[in-house]
Design a protein around this ligand. Structure first.
Ligand SMILES: CC(C)(COP(=O)(O)OP(=O)(O)OC[C@H]1O[C@@H](n2cnc3c(N)ncnc32)[C@H](O)[C@@H]1OP(=O)(O)O)[C@@H](O)C(=O)NCCC(=O)NCCS
Length: 178
């Protein structure tokens, strides 16, 4: 079922399998732009090869545990978010948590409101999937994202490791009630 919702200038819609190729390119580019300067080229290349590509995003889009939302302005992809059910770290307490696994807004749209619109859509979708809380991991050095998440009701509840290539990095785990 198509679930597009007009929200201001942006259309938020659930991604389809046919979006895999565009999403893979967008996701790899925005990850590189955000974190490329702070990782070695080797670790970045390893991570990109593992996490992104039409086959990988196609599998995520087919997996019923995942929901991917796209924020579009006209025909241009401005951001995306992915939530998924699965195991949560022990610091995530409360019933029925769901993970916000990826949340990216392209640089021209940062600071312009699309991230807030996308977060609202994520929370609505998570509630409709029966979740009572939303948790995420954010790199301990990603101050902008942490500030954004705090603005949207998340608090730090712990830490976890996120491996980029060969580099085990520390993420803050943040949690928001729904
Ligand atoms: C994280 C992200 C979605 C937030 O969207 P955004 O449009 O930039 O968010 P906003 O501008 O509404 O809020 C960001 C807040 O961080 C603040 N901020 C900006 N740069 C900052 C910095 N370098 N350090 C700390 N805070 C910063 C802003 O002032 C703003 O707070 P304010 O509204 O109280 O002034 C977006 O920046 C993004 O996609 N970044 C790249 C990908 C990423 O890091 N994703 C998260 C992975 S976990």
């Amino acid at each position: 079922m198509q679930t597009a919702e007009p929200t201001g200038r942006f259309l938020i819609r659930k991604a389809e399998v046919s979006d895999a190729e565009e999403l893979a390119l967008f996701a790899a580019r925005t990850f590189s732009e955000t974190f490329g300067g702070e990782n070695t080229p080797e670790d970045l290349a390893l991570h990109l090869a593992k996490a992104y590509g039409p086959a990988q995003q196609g599998a995520e889009l087919r997996d019923p545990a995942w929901t991917t939302l796209l924020a579009e302005e006209g025909t241009t992809l401005a951001g995306y978010a992915q939530i998924r059910t699965g195991p949560a770290p022990s610091c995530v307490t409360g019933e029925s948590p769901i993970e916000l696994y990826r949340f990216y807004v392209d640089s021209p749209w940062q600071g312009r409101g699309v991230a807030g619109v996308l977060m609202q859509a994520v929370k609505d979708r998570a509630r409709r999937r029966g979740a009572n809380s939303l948790w995420l991991g954010v790199w301990e050095r990603n101050a902008r994202a942490q500030a954004f998440y705090r603005k949207h009701g998340f608090v730090k509840v712990g830490r976890q490791v996120f491996v980029v290539g060969t580099d085990p990095q520390t993420d803050d785990v943040m949690l928001s009630p729904l």
